[in-house]
Design a protein around this ligand. Structure first.
Ligand code: AMP
Length: 281
């Protein structure tokens, strides 16, 4: 497994492989890898000749007062996971290599970046879109793999690929959960034992919404209210948002006609967690 820091070296290494006709699959991450990341790597391994994982904690997507400085890192463990999953190349650029000196260009994703997580994280999705565009240009994948756990990110990155004609197939894959239902996340490492227990309320609440829909409920106001009251019962949980939106436009739905995305963000004293489920009629 090749571990490369310099964008130019990555490009020349992958140019040579492309010249041999090899397809490149790409999994962008911020490291501190878990089974969710591994599931994306496996999907890339299954459908592409060469698998590239990037590990980059992107300062551009963190706001003032967010967790950029304490974001969990473990290079050796990440390398071991990548090795084990058959990754060919790990791209781990230093911040200066991605954002050298000079004027900073940022992609503006527009209004879709202002809803849901964008409300409490202004500019976050502009930072995500910018780094992913740069990574697409450096790596030149034909397929890139993202988790549905970050549903808004996935919608925005599909739009990014279309808007900028990136010749890349954006693939979304299901959320991997702990056995007790908690969606895996690098940020789960922040949780105390008590918070970890409380955090279970999130998956419990959104999965219960599925049952509501199965039993005939279509009114999103009632579904959102039910999810909120379940989460609010947990004393340390502070709801950032609970929404029921169109999965493509992320606009609020009044009723579920066919399919909806129920998405939540909840703040605990040491971490803000997100999760979502698709609700189908
Ligand atoms: P991150 O390192 O948190 O930026 O995530 C990198 C990629 O892994 C993103 O596409 C995430 O959506 C995806 N991911 C994170 N957690 C999970 C999970 N529990 N299941 C599936 N994919 C995930």
């Amino acid at each position: 497994m090749n571990i490369i820091q310099a964008p130019t070296s990555v490009r020349t290494t992958l140019d040579a492989l492309r010249a041999e006709g090899k397809s490149i699959g790409f999994v962008p991450t911020m490291g501190f890898l878990h089974e969710g990341h591994a599931s994306l790597i496996r999907a890339a391994r299954e459908s592409c000749d060469v698998v590239v994982v990037s590990i980059f904690v992107n300062p551009l997507q963190f706001g003032q007062g967010e967790d950029l400085d304490r974001y969990p890192r473990d290079d050796r463990r990440d390398e071991a996971l990548c090795e084990r999953e058959g990754v060919d190349l790990v791209f781990r650029p230093p911040v200066e290599a991605m954002y050298g000196s000079g004027p900073r260009f940022v992609i503006d994703v527009g209004a879709i970046g202002d809803v849901m997580c964008g409300r409490s994280r202004p500019g976050h999705f502009n930072g995500v879109a910018t780094v992913v565009a740069k990574l697409f240009n450096i790596i030149g994948p034909c397929r890139a793999f993202f988790g549905e756990k970050d549903a808004q990110q996935l919608v925005i990155l599909r739009r990014l690929a279309t808007a900028f004609d990136f010749p890349v197939d954006v693939v979304g894959l299901p959320t991997i959960r702990e056995e007790d239902g908690l969606a895996m996340s690098s940020r789960n490492a922040y949780l105390s034992a008590e918070e970890r227990r409380s955090a279970l309320v999130i998956s419990r609440a959104i999965l219960a919404a599925r049952d509501l829909v199965s039993s005939g409920e279509r009114d999103t106001t009632r579904i959102v209210a039910a999810v909120m009251s379940t989460i609010e019962a947990e004393a340390t949980a502070d709801i950032d948002y609970v929404v029921c939106v169109d999965p493509e436009t992320l606009l609020d739905l009044e009723r579920i006609e066919k399919e909806a995305l129920l998405a939540v963000a909840v703040k605990f004293p040491s971490a803000r967690l997100i999760d979502n489920v698709k609700l189908q009629v």
